[in-house]
Design a binder for this molecule. Structure first.
Ligand code: SF4
Ligand code: SF4
Length: 330
């Protein structure tokens, strides 16, 4: 199975399996190719040429980690994630965890001197991403390259936000499908008064006792491989499974948050069908118009509702291109 292309961006197999066919079949105008070799943000001095925007310590969900190990494009990257993350005590069952010492190093330099921020550990010597197809959501949308138009940016921001939602949702869903108790996982992190209690004194590796409790008896490498294999094995009804899981967890969560209504309960109980472009409530749309973009991972929407909103943002974006053809082009 191969990855695919969504407008100007290349995506790997996991993303192909997880996105709905309505999103995967979206059409785009002829958009300029992003040319990271001539990154204007590096040319203007905002980023340093050595790493450009690749100055993060990436959060990689379990299934993407599995895809890198199973079929990553570069042996070096596969060795690195196995060594540093999976055997090096920097991986949790839901996604990669950032060691406090590294988080401090990235944050400190980011506010002190952007040019000194360490490069992403998965950036190759040649300045290219060594996990390009499997890169996580933070690296996907190339927002640097779109015209400063609200509707266009809203769509790409919405797409990133949709991928973040899928990453967290599917990461959690897979934990449960693999026989882990997500409540136990959550309680462990919540039981800490200071996050550093989970890490060795060097701040780079999880304490063996904490990691062992977090992993609930599973082996990290075998686990992430199984997560990716699950997506492939269930490709025909994966989207439905994830939607059912989302609706079930919303039904558990909404009453606790005081946001349960009979109308919402009935909506959640309705069967899943392919998403259709749906305009958001006017207050919501006003937020987008003001540039306060939507964070799908923080709201109470079903996957289908998120996708419907994304289709709506796409229609708005395409209308802008139709009215202003000069915004597209090679
Ligand atoms: S994604 Fe954009 S900001 Fe990052 S290196 Fe490429 S052109 Fe530059
Ligand atoms: S994962 Fe790849 S694209 Fe993302 S920051 Fe690292 S090197 Fe850059």
């Amino acid at each position: 199975m191969q990855g695919f292309r969504l407008g100007p961006i290349d995506l790997g197999v996991s993303w192909k399996l997880l996105m709905s066919s309505a999103i995967k079949s979206l059409k785009f105008p002829s958009l300029p190719r992003v040319t990271c070799d001539r990154c204007w943000m590096a040319t203007c001095g905002y980023f340093e040429e050595r790493a450009k925007c690749c100055t993060i310590y990436p959060i990689i969900p379990n299934f993407l980690m599995g895809e890198i190990v199973e079929r990553g494009q570069s042996e070096g990257a596969q060795d690195r994630v196995v060594q540093d993350w999976l055997r090096g005590g920097r991986m949790g069952p839901m996604f990669s965890e950032t060691p406090p010492l590294l988080a401090q190093r990235y944050d400190k330099e980011r506010y002190k001197d952007r040019k000194k921020v360490p490069a992403c550990p998965l950036l190759g010597q040649d300045g290219r991403c060594t996990i390009y197809e499997q890169r996580p959501y933070a690296c996907l949308a190339f927002q640097c390259s779109y015209p400063p138009n609200r509707e266009i940016i809203a769509f790409w921001f919405g797409l990133s936000s949709y991928l973040i939602m899928l990453s967290y949702l599917v990461g959690e869903f897979l934990m449960e499908e693999m026989g882990m108790e997500r409540a136990k996982y959550r309680e462990l992190w919540q039981s800490l008064t200071d996050e550093s209690e989970a890490w060795e004194a060097d701040g780079l590796r999880m304490k063996a006792s904490f990691a062992s409790a977090l992993w609930q008896g599973q082996d990290p490498e075998a686990f992430v491989r199984a997560c990716f294999a699950y997506l492939v094995a269930h490709k025909d009804d994966l989207h439905l499974r994830i939607e059912v899981y989302r609706r079930r967890t919303l039904r558990e969560r909404l009453p606790k948050l005081g946001r349960w209504t009979l109308e919402r309960e009935q909506a959640l109980a309705r069967g899943w069908s392919a998403p259709v472009a749906c305009a958001p409530a006017s207050a919501f749309w006003a937020m987008v118009q003001k540039g306060e973009y939507v964070f799908f991972q923080d709201n109470d929407w079903t996957v289908g509702e998120v996708e419907g909103f994304l289709l709506f943002l796409h229609e708005r974006m395409m209308a802008v291109y139709a009215e202003n053809p000069s915004l597209a082009g090679e």
